[in-house]
Design a protein around this ligand. Structure first.
Ligand SMILES: Nc1ncnc2c1ncn2[C@@H]1O[C@H](COP(=O)(O)O)[C@@H](OP(=O)(O)O)[C@H]1O
Ligand SMILES: [Mg+2]
Length: 266
């Protein structure tokens, strides 16, 4: 699996190079049916990833965000789950918080994943039998591990997508720190122990979370549905996730649920 993850990292870097070709020129933005932006960078990254995955792993089907326009496909068994450019809005704003995401799903669970941030050259990978690590632009790898909550806790939130539950959370922990960034990098902050929790009460799609979920799990962290605190599974209708909470340690979920007035887990 380690070899596969290195291949996925190489593919992510190729896709990242395609994305950066559009960083300083008109990326040809159009709006999708759900009013979210789609650019030539998303499409170029999608093509690169699909071409490489099909070349190297012809037997494994691919579910990529940009291949799902008709929304008819259902995925099961073993497949690649790809978000070629997560954080398209951040890409357009040139904040640097955008990522390439590739995960392998088996029977509804993410087995391994790679996240690569083209603007910084930093990558993350991890899987079932592979320690989670952060990869610097020069290739140096550092093992990452999620951590027990700090006092006061450190929260991370979406820059573009934070709803009323996030506001309740911040009100319940008035001394907490809150860092706001775009894309799947939020999960990486929890995975590497730089943040304690990430509550997401605005919808995400399965391709937004697959790679991050695998890395987070390999780093000792947890991704649960909110507020019922159940495991998140893949292959759902329309690829839609419910509200989510990401944690460095599982018990912190209960602390947060109680603090914001949600019923304790039964
Ligand atoms: N109403 C909605 N329904 C489904 N997904 C949504 C959504 N609003 C935002 N998202 C998801 O949130 C992601 C961006 O989150 P963030 O702002 O935290 O980076 C988007 O990823 P893309 O940029 O890949 O489209 C998109 O998939
Ligand atoms: Mg996305």
């Amino acid at each position: 699996m380690e070899h596969t993850l290195n291949q996925l990292l190489d593919i992510s870097k190729l896709a990242g190079a395609e994305i950066l070709k559009f960083y300083d020129q008109d990326p040809g933005t159009v709006l999708k049916d759900d009013a979210s932006p789609l650019t030539l960078a998303d499409l170029a990254a999608h093509r690169t990833i699909c071409d490489e995955l099909m070349r190297l792993f012809p037997e494994i089907p691919i579910c990529s965000e940009e291949g799902m326009e008709n929304g008819e496909l259902e995925m099961s068994g073993r497949y690649w789950l790809v978000d070629p450019l997560d954080g398209t809005k951040e890409f357009l704003k040139k904040t640097g918080s955008f990522t390439v995401n590739i995960a392998l799903i088996e029977n509804g669970l993410p087995i391994c994943g790679v996240i690569y941030a083209p603007a910084t050259g930093i990558g993350y990978l991890g899987g079932k039998d592979v320690e989670a690590c952060r990869i610097e632009p020069d290739g140096t790898r550092t093992k990452i591990q999620s951590s027990a909550p700090a006092e006061p806790p450190r929260f991370v939130a979406s820059r573009d997508h934070a709803g009323p539950e996030v506001k309740r959370l911040l009100a319940a922990f008035p001394t907490s720190q809150s860092l706001s960034i775009g894309s799947s990098l939020k999960f990486c902050l929890v995975a590497e122990g730089s943040a304690d929790a990430y509550l997401r009460d605005v919808p995400t799609m399965e391709w937004d979370t697959g790679a991050a979920h695998a890395i987070l799990h390999a780093a000792g962290g947890h991704l649960l549905t909110w507020p019922d605190l159940k495991p998140l599974t893949y292959g759902k209708a329309d690829f839609r996730n419910p509200s989510l909470i990401t944690l460095g340690t599982e018990s912190f979920a209960q602390t947060i649920a109680t603090a914001v007035g949600e019923s304790p887990k039964v």
